[in-house]
Design a protein around this ligand. Structure first.
Ligand code: ZN
Length: 362
């Protein structure tokens, strides 16, 4: 378990990654040691930062859910929040709306605070001179909570929206606009090239001003941008290919009545890490990892089918790229293939990857 769940909202699981918790502990100790005088101001700044990051992420997810795209969870990591969606938005407009929702929340906070301080001049707020002065700026942030909240949200919104690099929001907005003009695949290729350019810029700026956080973000952007492009390249390579020849027609099946203990013995005997099971026309996948989640004393009492997971099925007329998309979306390595209601075999991720390798030399 890598993260702790602390709530649920719109069916979205809200989680803190353990590295994030470590970071909070580390920062608190560090601030307590070297910034004793401003301890509470710094802690408040941290709370503002993480709360804003979190609600920013939540806004993306809520828009996703409203557009019919399931979001599994939001995890807070030291570098920010990430939403784990079950699928990618298919329409360019959907990606656009989901991407701008986060930064728009940040800008709404900035606007809201600006209005409040104009309408209620008695609320403590730094003067224009203080904000514009290099020397007094950090004091303004530390001494005026409302200004701190405004500053944090302005930075978050601007950084996310105005750096046009995938997987940051700005990159997604750019991709969605390109996508509506030239199609998703080409838009992703171009956006990835633009992202790599900005990775270099961010990295160089980070290095020049000695900002380690910028360098970490550059690495994160690099990994995210190339990751999405890889999926598109994979799907392009498989486009139009029939899955008929890639089907494993004799996958390893276990009887659906056996216990977890017997299933494990079969795994050992046949040197397998997973097996399929069939019950009432449904195909289930039993994996070694699922066995380990169960205490060993219970292995002889529980039927393996109880812990196996039901697999969604695909039809034999599906093309290989669509099969790959489904494998990624369902986060599984194998999918049962049917012809109407008749089970034909399974399509495995490793077979598709082999085909991609072979296609490179076409
Ligand atoms: Zn965002």
């Amino acid at each position: 378990m890598n993260s702790i769940r602390f709530g649920k909202f719109f069916g979205i699981s809200l989680e803190l990654h353990y590295t994030f918790i470590l970071l909070i502990v580390f920062m608190t100790v560090l601030i307590a040691l070297i910034e004793t005088r401003n301890f509470f101001s710094y802690m408040l700044l941290l709370v503002f930062l993480f709360a804003s990051v979190f609600i920013h992420e939540l806004c993306h997810s809520i828009v996703s859910v409203f557009l019919g795209i399931r979001v599994e969870k939001i995890i807070l990591l030291p570098i920010g929040g990430i939403s784990v969606a079950k699928e990618m938005p298919k329409k360019a407009l959907h990606e656009f709306l989901i991407s701008i929702a986060g930064p728009l929340f940040n800008f709404a906070i900035v606007l809201g605070i600006s209005i409040i301080v104009v309408v209620f001049p008695e609320i403590p707020f730094p003067s224009r001179e203080q904000i514009l002065s290099v020397k007094d700026f950090s004091n303004a942030v530390l001494n005026y909570p409302l200004f701190a909240l405004l500053y944090v949200n302005l930075m978050l919104g601007a950084f996310n929206l105005f750096v046009p690099a995938l997987p940051l929001d700005g990159g997604r907005v750019l991709r969605s606009i390109l996508s509506s003009l030239i199609g998703f695949n080409r838009a992703t290729h171009i956006s990835t090239k633009i992202s790599l350019f900005f990775v270099i810029i961010l990295g160089l700026i980070g290095y020049a001003i000695g900002n380690i956080i910028l360098i970490i973000i550059a690495v994160f952007v690099f990994l995210g941008a190339t990751g999405e492009d890889k999926i598109v390249i994979m799907k392009e390579s498989l486009q139009g290919i029939k899955i008929t020849h890639l089907i494993n027609k004799k996958p390893f099946f276990l009887n659906s009545n056996i216990t977890v203990k017997n299933a494990f013995e079969k795994f050992q005997e046949k040197n397998k890490l997973s097996a399929l099971m069939e019950k009432q026309g449904k195909i289930f996948l039993l994996e070694l990892d699922l066995l380990h989640e169960l205490k060993k004393e219970k292995w002889s009492k529980i039927k393996a089918i109880k812990i196996a997971k039901a697999l969604p099925v695909i039809q034999i007329n599906l093309t290989a790229d669509k099969a790959m998309e489904k494998l990624i979306k369902e986060n599984t390595e194998v999918l049962p293939v049917f012809s109407g209601k008749k089970f034909i075999g399974v399509i495995e991720e490793k077979e598709l990857l082999k085909r991609i390798e072979l296609n490179k030399f076409k």
